[in-house]
Design a protein around this ligand. Sequence first.
Ligand SMILES: [Zn+2]
Length: 418
Amino acid sequence: MVSTGSTSGGDSTSGGDSTSGGGSTSGGGRDAGRPSTLLTNIGELVTNDPAADDLLGAIHGAALVLEGGRVAWVGPAAAAPAADEVVDLGGRAVLPGFVDSHSHLVFAGDRAAEFAARMAGESYAAGGIRTTVAATRAATDEQLTSQVGRLVAEMRRQGTTTVEIKSGYGLTVRGEARSLAVARQFTDETTFLGAHVVPDGTSPEEYVALVTGAMLDAAAPYARWIDVFCEKGAFDGDQARAVLEAGAARGLRGRLHANQLGPGPGVRLAAELGLTAVDHCTYLEDADVDALRDSGTIATLLPGVEFSTKQPYPDARRLLDAGVRVALASDCNPGSCFTSSLPLCIALAVREMGMTPAEAVHAATATGAQALDRDDVGVLVPGKRADLMVLDAPSHVHLAYRPGVPLVAGVWVGGRPL
Ligand SMILES: [Zn+2]
């Protein structure tokens, strides 16, 4: 189970801290009876320790002790304490599990034909979402749950140990609440995205009133976050503000899809409202970059989308050089980007967006966690969750250096190997 699984046995509370405000003290599934485990002979251990001199807090020739679902010790292998179990990793690299802060996994159907048409020259527009809405409404709860479970397992095999999942393909009171209830079975990082697109047969004004009224009432018990697709063809800045403010009044934290298909008001709105993160950020004016820097709002870049829609990539280098925090996420969804692979996103960010391998790995782990207001994941230092991956490679660089190669050789969630 990625991050917060309800079916992972004794670890069912893992990551559940998120619902109590992102704190790091309540979850973790501590189990005093569980043995400690020493992972040793680690070629490179990426800790993301903010106190380290280098971005990744890398330790070479390292070891790590896991106990009670948490990291108990990190340091040079030669200085490692004894533990109940010892796992020799043969010089492989160990990284924090990826934190995928943006996905749309609750859907039915696929849009392979639309992708093929796009690759044959058609352009991407926001309206394709309606195709998935029709298929999702027609699916049973069991079909949706099965689909999410399959995709979460697929993510996990590629190193993702925490995932955010949005609604947004129901677009009715019942449909949105149902989607969030399904997502909640797999993660506490659930996001109400009723404002994904205006469904056929209603006006934008009527629909925003529904999203901020009865639909919000039904969705709020299952959601931690609220999101709006703020884009031409979806929702404008005033509508996005209304939805985010209504969500905030119900205790939901705001996030935003913005500036994906062209310039717009979304990024500056996110900064003005002090949102934790604003996602896409492909078309930015200087004032947008300044607003992100000044607000501290994280720019979450989703390069799988540009890959899959043949759009220009966002300029990560410009953001980083301006002092903006950058996260990477998958945006896994059936229309604009049907990849669940953060290794692919890292490779694209390095090859196409001006990020170094270290910056890209940090963006998909530590900053991804920050984009969910989480301080218990994305970092491997004592006290944090023991969510990590083992690469069949000596360093993090291989994630970009060997694109498309399944390098994730092992994944541990809450101190247990999957
Ligand atoms: Zn999205």
